[in-house]
Design a protein around this ligand. Structure first.
Ligand code: N2P
Length: 387
């Protein structure tokens, strides 16, 4: 009888831990020695979690569901660029527990000690992640996958309002390489009438410009930056918006062509439909390839709520939550267990989950040295100013 009771107690403790619940098993009976026994670790953190993520990246209700189940109050803030997040982390005391840098920035952040290693024993759902993706992340960015857990991946590409672009181009056919629409004066001079928008971030635009002129998107060579800047200068007068609200700008008709993110362009397409617009919006797959990005969750080195952070990471890694992200935000998940739960129309959308043939053409993320980041910021700022 006693034996059976103990067994079921142990099992329920394991099950509770697996559910990410906060209950702790009662302390074991004191051992018959004079010194006090070591206390079982207790989560003494206040029930708060501060998250800083990209805008338009979390399905509606997901944070509320976590709060309800865990009793942890989440403060959820958003940013628009890797630069904005990076500046906060470098300054220190950001107040955030979980941040979601692109892997290109996460690497220097790990090396700079801005992120803390994960306690993997608190994240059993790590086993849901796609092993080849994790191996790539380990090889290129985060040795032994110590710090980073994928939120989503996607790519930077050209998005268009097909209807408006066709009108603005008139007799001119669509180019074979969609990057021409945003970088080639023959096209930009026509499309400026319906609005060209670029993401407002050096590390989004300069790598794409480098790729367009046939250079390494993550080049460290100042001569390459000079060439990219010269190319960009030719289209500067045609660019109307440097956007940090790209979904609205494209869905609302302020821009007909954009350098934007794949999922956001798909969200814009869906939003335009909801708004009963007759215009058709589309993310394109440029013939020379688009730039892949990987956004990763990490815990800041000075996080005040690391236990709560681990609990949230494990919650997000449940197959059904990962699938909801893909279904609602239009970004592919790196959660293998979640993939079968993705709706067929999302899984089958070639501009969300790209096909193997196109994937092979895409430019994988690398990382920026501090010097390269600085060179990009300079190149971008002079481009933006038009000088
Ligand atoms: C947020 C998309 C972020 C993608 N909607 C760029 N890392």
């Amino acid at each position: 009888m006693m034996k059976k009771f103990l067994w079921s107690f142990a099992l329920s403790a394991i099950v509770l831990a697996g559910c990410g619940k906060k209950e702790e098993p009662p302390a074991p009976a004191p051992a018959p020695v004079a010194s006090a026994p070591a206390a079982a670790p207790v989560n003494t953190e206040e029930k708060v979690l501060n998250i800083y993520n990209w805008a338009d990246y979390v399905p509606e209700g997901m944070i509320a569901a976590f709060e309800k189940e865990s009793g942890i109050k989440v403060n959820y803030d958003t940013f628009e660029t890797n630069e904005a997040l990076h500046a906060k982390l470098v300054a220190g005391n950001s107040g955030y527990d979980i941040v979601v840098p692109g892997s290109v920035f996460a690497k220097p952040q790990i090396e700079g000690g801005l992120l803390q290693p994960l306690d993997k024993s608190k994240i059993p759902n790590l086993s849901n992640l796609d092993a080849p993706i994790m191996a790539t992340l380990a090889a290129k960015t985060d040795p032994d996958n110590k710090h980073l857990v994928p939120w989503a991946w996607g790519f930077t590409t050209v998005g268009i309002n097909k209807t408006k672009v066709a009108k603005a181009l008139g007799k001119m056919p669509m180019p074979e390489n969609a990057w021409d629409l945003v970088f080639k004066p023959e096209y930009t001079s026509k499309l400026k009438s319906c609005g060209i928008a670029y993401l407002d971030s050096p590390t989004e635009i300069i790598p794409v410009a480098l790729h367009y002129i046939g250079k390494d998107a993550y080049s460290n060579d100042p001569a390459d930056y000079k060439l990219a800047t010269e190319m960009l200068a030719k289209v500067r007068k045609d660019v109307r918006i440097f956007s940090s609200t790209m979904i609205d700008d494209v869905a609302g008709g302020k821009a007909c062509v954009a350098i934007g993110w794949s999922g956001d362009m798909n969200i814009a397409a869906a939003r335009a439909k909801e708004n009963k617009s007759k215009d058709e919006i589309e993310a394109l797959l440029p013939s020379t390839g688009a730039l892949i990005f990987f956004d990763t969750m990490a815990i800041t080195k000075d996080a005040k709520h690391p236990n709560n952070a681990h609990a949230f990471i494990d919650f997000y890694l449940r197959a059904e939550n990962a699938a909801r992200m893909s279904n609602e935000m239009n970004y592919p998940t790196a959660n293998k267990a979640g993939v079968p739960l993705v709706k067929p129309e999302i899984a089958g959308n070639k501009t969300i989950f790209v096909e193997a043939d196109y994937f092979a053409k895409m430019i994988p993320p690398s990382s920026f040295t501090n010097e390269a980041r600085e060179a990009m910021a300079n190149a971008y700022n002079s481009f933006k100013k038009g000088k």
